[in-house]
Design a protein around this ligand. Sequence first.
Ligand SMILES: O=C(CO)COP(=O)(O)O
Ligand SMILES: O=C[C@H](O)COP(=O)(O)O
Ligand SMILES: [Zn+2]
Ligand SMILES: [Zn+2]
Length: 310
Amino acid sequence: MPLVTTTEMFTKAYEGKYAVGAFNVNNMEIIQGIIEAAREEQAPVILQVSAGARNYAKHIYLTKLVEGAVADAPDVPIALHLDHGDSFELCKACVDGGFTSVMIDGSQYTFEENIALTQKVAAYAHAKGAVVEAELGTLAGIEDDVNVAAENASFTDPAQAVEFVERTGIDSLAIAIGTSHGAYKFKGTPQLDFQRLEKISQLLSGFPLVLHGASTVIPEFVEKCNLYGGKIPGAQGVPEEMLLKAGKMGVCKINVDTDLRLAMTASIRETLAENPAAFDPRSYLGAGRDAIRTMVAHKMRNMLNCSHRI
Ligand SMILES: O=C(CO)COP(=O)(O)O
Ligand SMILES: O=C[C@H](O)COP(=O)(O)O
Ligand SMILES: [Zn+2]
Ligand SMILES: [Zn+2]
């Protein structure tokens, strides 16, 4: 099947009380690892591209690789999504360039400015058959060029979320309930505001919610990075059981980037450390690709609960 939007994926996920994984992609090995996992697990999947990834790998290379993925896994529903679009122009370029879904992240603007920008993107994308995710509330952590300090992060207001969805006509909403981007999410015990999620979910009944900054930062992979020369002290993420619970409460899309980075880096470090004579990039990039596949399959089975859903 051709690339799809997220509409049907989210309807099924909402009804089935599970979430679809949205994985950040930057190169061929990452795309192939994710698609191999989706095919093995028979799970729908969202490939998402940040502005940084688009600059790194270039739009045309990424879309051609994704075209390859679609041909390689014809029975898997695959959506191609812009992650954290920060302007109308970027969203337009992605819609025009074959993406089926875009995120406009106006969360750093005032409520009214965020609404105006999101409305404009939604009108354009919908006219072209693409869908739109927007964000209300801000996450702490690093998003592209925006580094939001924890004290400037603000959780999503449930009443505002309803007004925002009604006025913008978006297809899904990213909310802030305590997750954050990157490998350092919590200093003490991990905690999410499930009461807030429940309230938003009640008020927006049936509407797909999105969680960003949802990597688990699995200790095994941090330790492996550190064992083979890395320096990633004190990293901590969102426990998988919390994400599984969120998936039962209206969260239909869960974003994962950091866990893929950690898995790939750990296996590349290990491969090079254990094979000092190796210098064929296929040896360590291939190991990195395998690590992505294993990590994504693990997420699909244990945290998203989206295996065997197609
Ligand atoms: O939200 C993300 C991409 O938009 C990724 O979050 P992580 O950094 O927790 O993987
Ligand atoms: O939310 C951010 C994602 O992890 C993408 O990160 P990036 O902007 O460094 O590509
Ligand atoms: Zn944001
Ligand atoms: Zn994000």
